[in-house]
Design a protein around this ligand. Structure first.
Ligand code: PHE
Length: 336
């Protein structure tokens, strides 16, 4: 009987396609083609009704056997395609989506650049605690109790007696001079705290880099030379410096340090038209400070300066708002 002869090749073709199905969609196509309403098997089922009882019995047995075999194969295959759903039809050679390589924070980058420059000039790196005694933070630095820097407005006082969150990195000068004998050439990068309302240029927590040199015959010229060498290393040899009159209780004379703006002095929004950018305070170590730490001011002189790390990074990367450094916005972090 010619219908029964069709079943062998039909099963063969079915198995080939069923084995090849690689996704739930392809699996369903095979199921519809071989067991759906318009499939050869279903046509044969309909045909059975028109056959003689004997033919009906022969073909019926074959058709049912083939149908059961297909159902079994499909059921098995179904588990296989579903267990690897989403993995099939993936092109492994495509680049991954949205994977960002880890990066160093821009403040860390600038700090490391500054450290490298000073290390090459012969300075060592020193650290001090964020929680500081009033003595290290103020008294030893010749900042009297009545000085505005000690006002509750600026300083975070801690519950413990005579302890504060340091308002500048200058107490590391004191700690270093108490522990080491001149010659001293050190820088101290670190976090500082001030009770300021945050805005585009203020943050209650920010960073400074302190520098201190104590030796025989250190002059204001050395201070200017070191600052100029440092700034031209960091920003390029075209940079100019300017020292303006200032006052700090722990330096005498004291200066406000400026560098030429990137606009070339023409005046822009960053320098507010002045052509100059303020980057920190500096001066010659006050003899009162030397006396507080037991260094002979007749024998030794020194210079010190303190620059704002955020300020450097803002100038370097053209960041208009200090708060951007702490918000971890990927639009900022990935471009630096
Ligand atoms: N400590 C000063 C400040 O925070 C900066 C400074 C450091 C000035 C060293 C002079 C010498 O404003």
């Amino acid at each position: 009987m010619k219908e029964t002869e069709k079943i062998g090749p039909l099963l063969q073709a079915f198995h080939k396609e069923c084995d090849a199905a690689a996704s739930p969609g392809e699996w369903n196509d095979v199921r519809v083609k071989y067991l759906g309403r318009k499939s050869v098997i279903m046509e044969m089922m309909k045909l059975l009704k028109t056959l003689s009882p004997e033919d009906k019995k022969t073909l019926g047995k074959e058709v049912n056997k083939a149908k059961a075999e297909m159902e079994r194969a499909l059921e098995e295959k179904k588990r296989a395609v579903e267990s690897c759903k989403g993995q099939i039809a993936v092109d492994w050679t495509l680049p991954a989506r949205g994977v960002l390589p880890a990066k160093v924070h821009p403040l860390t980058t600038v700090r490391r650049q500054m450290e490298d420059i000073f290390i090459r000039m012969g300075f060592d790196i020193r650290q001090g605690p964020d929680m500081e005694t009033e003595w290290h933070c103020f008294d030893a630095l010749n900042i009297p109790e009545t000085h505005p820097a000690r006002d509750e407005q600026d300083t975070f006082y801690l519950n413990r007696e005579k302890m504060v969150l340091r308002t500048h990195t200058s107490p590391v000068q004191i700690r270093t001079m108490l522990e080491e004998k001149p010659p001293i050439y050190m820088i101290a990068p670190g976090r500082v705290y001030r009770n300021d309302v945050p805005d585009a240029s203020h943050s209650p927590v920010f960073h400074q880099v302190e520098a201190l040199a104590v030796d025989e015959n250190i002059t204001f010229g050395d201070l200017k030379g070191v600052i100029y060498a440092f700034l031209s290393e960091l920003f390029g040899s075209g940079v100019k410096t300017r020292f303006d009159n200032s006052f700090f209780p722990f330096t005498e004379p004291s200066a406000e340090v400026y560098m030429s703006c990137f606009c070339g002095g023409k005046g822009c929004s960053v320098c507010k038209g002045s052509g100059w950018l303020e980057i920190g305070g500096a001066g010659m170590v006050d003899p009162e400070v030397f006396r507080a730490v037991g260094i002979d001011p007749e024998k030794y002189t020194g210079f010190a300066f303190g620059f704002g790390l955020e300020r450097m990074a803002m100038l370097m990367y053209g960041v208009p708002d200090i708060r951007y450094f702490y918000e971890n916005d990927l639009r900022m972090l990935t471009t630096m």
